[in-house]
Ligand binder design. Sequence first.
Ligand code: KIV
Length: 275
Amino acid sequence: MSTVTAESSREHRVTVPSLRTRKRRGERIAMLTAYDFSFASLFDQAGIDVLLVGDSLGNVVQGHATTLPVTLDEMIYHTRLVARGARRALVVADLPFGSYQITSEDGLRSAVRCVKEGGAHAVKLEGGRAVADTIARIVAAEIPVMGHVGLTPQAIHRMGGHRVQGRGESGRASVLADARAVEAAGAFAVVLEGMPAELAAEITRSLAIPTIGIGAGVDCDGQVLVMHDLLGLSDGAPGFAKQYANLGALIVQAARRFADEVAHGKFPDAEHSYR
Ligand code: KIV
């Protein structure tokens, strides 16, 4: 008799259909952002289900104040690096600001480039009812789409900052309508960002597709964090983000020791020199 453990019952490769099966079985989904080959390989080894090449790279990799300056070419470049490191995980590329808002054709063209040039398995885009036609257009071209509603960082100027969405009766109804529109348009999953936990729970119950929460409480079908927040590589991580390691401090310590040993002629020693 063989024992099926959580580990051995895991998918050989995470796919769009397997994520839907996960929701039906009540198995949660772990998603992290990744922007390069090394971290993608490590997260893949760790069993992370979905690697999101987030346009948050505008903040954490490029040092911008918002995600708005990120270009489609930059997203494709980083997606290519991540796709090379992902053996099991599903790779999702964010469509950056300006690459899908003007026309649905733009959205489709951008999504095709992320798949064809970047090696993405799916794309993510922000918005609800306003982008439903674009989602449907991309899905009709056989590219799976992940939606993203609630606090949508590309709408930072409309929201007046990174503010929790869906509070009050009309805010709540609006986010719920957006989530439903995203599902009706054919998205395979939806990110719920920055909203009351109880609203995210209601959306999760009312949709057949998996919800992935960030600052949206524990009742979503999965959770996502920005890798720099998880690993302690960012200053000023948001309050909802849990830091699981403090790599920032370790990196500073290691670099200081290196500089010190160079200054004192201790590196390289005989062990690290050729004869
Ligand atoms: O760009 C990003 O990293 C994201 C996640 C925070 C969901 O959209």
